[in-house]
Design a protein around this ligand. Structure first.
Ligand SMILES: [Zn+2]
Length: 91
């Protein structure tokens, strides 16, 4: 009987972490709706000879942050100049 309690407990804890992860991930997608490919294809002028620029202010100084820390492959790119949320990189 005790095993059943432990298993139930583990499942509940796992579900909570999974739910928190999903919540965080969907918030990230809501905050950064465009992927890099979508950002470039909907705004072809952002592609310059030496990098990507902000569609709102034209600055090429972009902040590229990993959502789970510096090494994260999921990244959010915002403009350093006007703070606009530009695009996300999923891998
Ligand atoms: Zn900008």
């Amino acid at each position: 009987m005790e095993v059943l309690y432990v298993v139930t407990y583990v499942i509940i804890i796992f579900s909570i972490f999974f739910w928190l992860y999903k919540l965080r991930y969907s918030k990230w997608k809501k905050d950064f709706p465009l992927t890099f490919q979508e950002y470039v294809s909907t705004n072809p002028t952002v592609k310059t000879g030496n990098g990507i620029k902000c569609i709102f202010c034209g600055s090429k100084s972009l902040k590229n942050w990993g959502i789970d820390g510096p090494e994260s492959k999921k990244r959010s790119v915002t403009c350093n100049h006007c703070s606009s949320r530009l695009y996300r990189v999923e891998d």
